[in-house]
Design a protein around this ligand. Structure first.
Ligand code: HEM
Length: 125
């Protein structure tokens, strides 16, 4: 999907993204596979990084770039063992998070494809 087709009107403001990412990070610490990968004392920071990346990526304010520079997501995920199982678990938690946010219902299929493609690209083992 090209950027021109991004559902920017729904995602630009960031409120839906903020709700989804919060719901995702409520699940992360409880997950036996993904939980241990995330920094236990900086989950709020991790939540902020994913939220600001997605807001930037969907055409909102580019705070992520100012704070973190070019995303370089493959390099930044290299320390973590991401096999097909970890990728699928990440998507499972993310889709559960999306389903928790009523305002995201119409975006579910789009987000599943968009995030799923990146998740597949991040498989490194
Ligand atoms: C495929 C399964 C994935 C796993 C296991 C995973 C795991 C992680 C972990 C453990 C971190 C470090 C947390 C932190 O301190 O920031 C992280 C960071 C991050 N992840 Fe993922 N991730 C996955 C997929 C994705 C996807 C699909 C995206 C984007 C749509 C994404 C975007 C990010 C971003 C933006 C950061 C912060 C990078 C930075 O600025 O340092 N991740 N991820």
């Amino acid at each position: 999907m090209s950027d021109a087709e991004l559902p920017v009107h729904d995602l630009l403001g960031g409120e839906v993204i903020t709700a989804i990412v919060a719901a995702f990070y409520r699940r992360v610490p409880q997950d036996p596979l993904l939980g241990p990968m995330y920094p236990p004392h900086d989950l709020a920071g991790a939540e902020h990084r994913l939220r600001s990346f997605l807001i930037y990526r969907f055409g909102g304010p580019p705070d992520y770039l100012a704070e973190r520079g070019h995303p370089r997501l493959r390099m930044r995920h290299n320390p973590f063992v991401i096999d097909q199982t970890a990728r699928d678990r990440w998507m499972q938690l993310m889709l559960a998070a999306i389903d928790e946010v009523p305002a995201a219902a119409g975006l579910r299929d789009y987000l599943e494809r968009f995030l799923g493609d990146i998740a597949t690209f991040l498989i490194n083992r």
